[in-house]
Design a protein around this ligand. Structure first.
Ligand code: PMP
Length: 299
């Protein structure tokens, strides 16, 4: 058994005080503290099996922080170096954790995908200039596949009567991967989107909405990524920063679930869905509180 074997297989908690039909999968209990450990393991193992990674290779990834922590664990276990490119809006705690894990951290401005300064464009440029391997979480189909093969299977084992699945989308891996397995079984798939993200309008109309700044980290954005599959999504719920952070604090203080802000977004949206659902509503708690303790909303 090594650290890679500790990834996934997360418990599902029942939250009856919020709603009798509400359940949440504790992705914050993965060894790196987030849902992104699943993806990190899948991206590296898929690259190895394609022969794309030489021993001692350097990985580079554009990350909001959680994929970086997951990749750092996997890189340590498999003998690779890691460079993380992060937009400056991401918390200082995440930068510190990545540096403590031995990753090199490069901070970019909070620029749109069309700008050369954008974190994804920067990672692509560094990969080609330096000969590093870009793990490409936004585009690699291994991201979606790992959620179909692990997260969705676990949900069906834990709640075979699941009626709805609700999650935010950063890369879209969680929602698309779980959605494509559960939707054909009649499960309603709902995007939880921060107010300010363009994805909710895109789900509803096919055209991304206007985007504005918001503070929740790791989900939403201005342009829907390739791994977010619109055809598996039935509806979208928009959640404000205030609602997300109030719910995250409530989950911490009243439920003892030590989670981050996007867990609040997911649970607010899942609660709305539960009010008119005919069976269990499952969501995910994507990451833990340890990476946000210096953020003003945590107080
Ligand atoms: N919450 C947080 C805090 C995240 O970092 C991420 C990933 N960026 C997500 C939710 C969404 O996960 P996914 O990339 O699978 O859409």
């Amino acid at each position: 058994m090594n650290v890679l074997d500790l990834i996934g297989g997360t418990p599902m908690v029942h939250l009856p005080r919020l709603h009798p039909l509400l359940y949440a999968k504790c992705e914050h209990l993965n060894p790196g503290g987030s849902v992104k450990d699943r993806l990190a393991k899948a991206l590296v193992l898929a690259a190895e099996s394609r022969g794309a990674l030489k021993p001692g290779a350097t990985l580079v990834e554009a990350t909001a922080g959680n994929t970086g922590v997951g990749l750092a664990l996997v890189a340590a276990a498999r003998g690779y170096s890691l460079v993380c490119v992060m937009p400056e809006k991401m918390s200082v705690d995440k930068r510190t954790q990545l540096a403590l894990l031995g990753a090199r951290v490069i901070i970019t401005p909070n620029a749109k995908p069309s700008s050369p300064d954008n974190f994804r464009r920067t990672a692509e440029r560094l990969a080609s200039e330096q000969g590093w391997y870009n793990t490409s979480q936004f585009d690699d189909p291994a991201n979606v596949a790992v959620h179909s093969e692990t997260t969705a299977v676990e949900i069906l084992q834990q709640r075979p009567d699941v009626a709805a699945f609700v999650a935010g989308a950063g890369t879209g891996g969680t929602l698309s991967g779980v959605g494509r397995v559960l939707k054909p079984r009649g499960v309603r798939i709902v995007l939880a989107d921060p107010k300010g993200s363009s994805y909710a309008s895109w789900v509803q109309t096919g055209t991304p909405g206007p985007d504005a700044a918001y503070l929740v980290e790791g989900i939403g954005g201005s342009e829907p990524p390739a791994n977010l599959h619109r055809e598996v999504i039935d509806a979208a719920e928009t959640v404000s920063d205030e609602e997300s952070f109030a719910m995250a604090r409530r989950l911490i203080r009243e439920e003892g679930l030590l989670v981050g802000g996007s867990a609040g977004t997911n649970v607010v949206a899942a609660l709305r869905v539960a009010r008119s659902a005919r069976g269990p509503v499952v969501t995910v708690l994507p990451d833990g509180w340890d990476r946000y303790r210096a953020q003003p909303w945590m107080k």
